[in-house]
Design a protein around this ligand. Sequence first.
Ligand code: PGA
Length: 269
Amino acid sequence: MHPSRTPLIAGNWKMFHGGGSGVELAAAVARAAAHFPGAVECVVAPPFTALAAVAQTVAEIAEQVRQTPIGVAGQNLYPEEKGAFTGEISAPMLVEAGCHWVIVGHSERRQLFSETDAFVAKKAQVALAAQLRPIVCVGETLEERGAGATLDVVLRQVRAAMDAIASGAGAAVVAYEPVWAIGTGKVATPADAQEVHAAIRKELSARDPKLAERTRILYGGSVKADNAASLLAQPDVDGALVGGASLDVAAFATILRAAAELASRPTSA
Ligand code: PGA
C-alpha cells in the first residue's frame, strides 16, 4: 500500500443476497465503513436485483453519517447502451440503479461465459464512457502458473484493456485474482502477490508513469480477515476484491480496518 493511493476494499457478492438480505448486508457494511472516512474506500457489488435498493440504503446511511466512503458496483455489464440483448444490463442501467462502479472480466465470466480479453476491454471502455469506474479483473489459472506463464497471461490481459485503463486516467482499477486462489482458501503469498502487482504497475508505467502511480491494483482470491493485513502491507497492493468474506460483515469489517490502519500508518515515503 502506498500513501498516495487510498485503499479500496470491494466486496463481490456473486450470486448471493439478491433481495432483502442484500439490503441488510449493505446497511451493515455501510455502518462498518463509516468508521474509516478518508482512510479507506469501500465498494459492494450485489446481484443486479438488489442494486437499486442497496444503492438507496447506502445513500441514506451516507447522509446520516457524513463521508461514508462506500459505493455500489455492478458485477458485470453488456457493452451496448440498449437493444435486443435478452438478459443483459447496460452501463446506463447500472448508473440509473445508483452504481458508480462495475466489475469487468471476473475469471468466472472469462471461464464460464467465454469472455475474451477484447470483450472485457470493450466493457471497461463502455463503463468509463458512462462514468462508471471499472474494476478490471486479471489472473492466471493453476495450469498457467504451473507452466511458468503467470506474468505472460496477466500482462496480456492488462495490455488488452490498457487503452481503456489509460483513458480513465486513474479512474479504472485493476484486480489481480489468481484463478486458483478464488473460493479455494488457497491465497497467494504476500510476496507472490507483490511480484505480480509490481509487474502490472511496471506495465502501466510503460504506458504512462502517472497512470501507474494513480491506478489502484487490488488483490483478490481467498482474502480473509486473518490474511488481509499481510497482503495489504505490500507496496503495490492497494486494496482487495473480496468474495466469500464479503458476505460476513465481521470479516469484511476486519479487512476494512486492516486497510485503514495501514493507510494511516506514519511513513517516510
Ligand atoms: P473469494 O473470491 O474471496 O471468495 O476467493 C474473490 C473473487 O472472486 O472476487
